[in-house]
Design a protein around this ligand. Structure first.
Ligand SMILES: [Zn+2]
Length: 359
């Protein structure tokens, strides 16, 4: 046998490796802020903290968090009304002497805390006041730039403390948006599997299974998602954490972000400030599911049951903008292959918007 033939027979050397980071303490439920000192103690986070919050979320939850922690910790508040590079820089300066960061607020606050803690290489605790998207538990953060939004590598929270009473008191639109973000896992996975078949992109079966199961459990319980009920907040927060874990397993947002997310980012650029992140992802999931040949009517029915919008018009976006966003989607984060890379034409995009959003 020649040397070449022997080489061919030798099994390929196993050289894979992956570093997975997960939250360590996750406390979800009724009136759980009282457990924050135990969480800090358990994780040995140190004495001084910078608490990043918004003006209204400070009143709603931040002041309480500060009061509870101040017995054993020194907590300095920092207001982040929006997420931008100057605010991130200012927060980093304010956190120079802090041992850890606490983010108390909605998506923007949590994302700011996540980026600051990553840049300073210190831990952060996520205290969400709304369940509006799966960023509360993931390592990715989104920052507004001139060209729209860019997704940054950041730190996953070392702990999540989610009070169902606070989350249930937030506007229902936020919770419904969080549900739509989870429902979009269905098409994110289909896109990932498509990229595997067409481009040979590696997939993680564990991440796919967890992400899909999370969406299925939510859809199965869609009728239980009601405004201002702690039970509903409980369901959604658990699903968002589970989605975040799927992303941690994958080491990327792939299991929870496909073409429908690229469509959502395109809408952010073309019609800024109209739809919430999860809302536009849900609207995009309907079209993506149709293109994948899946049960798009089922997706639409679940979104409706939850109270999430199912047409661009419902969030004040014209059909022609939605058409442009569909065509633009493939150019956003082009390395992420999705169903929108399969040759969608202007004519078919127009027909899709007419057909799927008019029925
Ligand atoms: Zn999302």
């Amino acid at each position: 046998m020649s040397a070449d033939a022997i080489k061919l027979l030798k099994p390929k050397v196993f050289d894979k490796s992956r570093w997975m980071q997960f939250p360590r303490d996750v406390v979800i439920g009724h009136d759980v802020f009282g457990q924050l000192p135990s969480v800090c103690n358990d994780l040995k986070l140190g004495k001084t903290a910078l608490m990043i919050s918004g003006r209204s979320t400070m009143e709603l939850a931040g002041n309480r968090v500060r009061e509870i922690l101040s017995e054993h910790h020194e907590v300095t508040p920092f207001f982040a009304e929006e997420i931008s590079r100057p605010i991130i820089k200012a927060a980093e300066k304010a956190a120079a002497d802090a041992d850890f960061i606490i983010g108390v607020g909605g998506g923007r606050v949590i994302d700011t805390a996540k980026i600051v803690s990553y840049n300073l290489d210190i831990q952060f605790i996520s205290v969400p006041t709304a369940a509006s998207h799966d960023g509360i538990a993931s390592s990715r953060a989104s920052v507004a730039t001139e060209g729209g939004h860019s997704s940054l590598e950041a730190q996953p929270p070392i702990a999540i403390v989610a009070d169902t009473g606070i989350i249930a008191s937030a506007p229902h639109r936020l919770l419904a948006s969080g549900c739509a973000d989870i429902i979009s896992n269905y098409t994110a996975i289909l896109d990932w599997e498509l990229a595997n078949r067409v481009k040979g992109e590696p997939v993680s079966e564990y991440a796919i299974a967890l992400s899909k199961m999370t969406a299925e459990i939510l859809v199965k319980n869609a009728h239980l998602i009601k405004p201002h009920q702690e039970q509903s907040a409980w369901f959604v927060i658990k699903a968002l954490v589970s989605s975040g874990v799927a992303m941690s397993i994958a080491g990327s947002s792939r299991p929870a972000s496909g073409g429908e997310h690229k469509f959502s980012h395109a809408l952010d650029r073309l019609a800024p400030g109209k739809a919430l992140h999860g809302e536009s992802c849900g609207i995009g999931t309907i079209i993506s599911m149709y293109l994948h040949g899946g049960d798009w009517r089922g997706i639409r029915a679940s979104l409706k049951t939850i109270g999430a919008p199912v047409t661009p018009a419902e969030v004040g976006i014209d059909d022609d903008i939605a058409v442009e966003a569909l065509l633009m989607a493939k150019d956003i984060r082009p390395e992420r292959f999705t169903i929108f890379d399969m040759g969608l034409t202007r004519e078919s995009a127009e027909n899709l918007v007419q057909m799927l959003y008019r029925e």
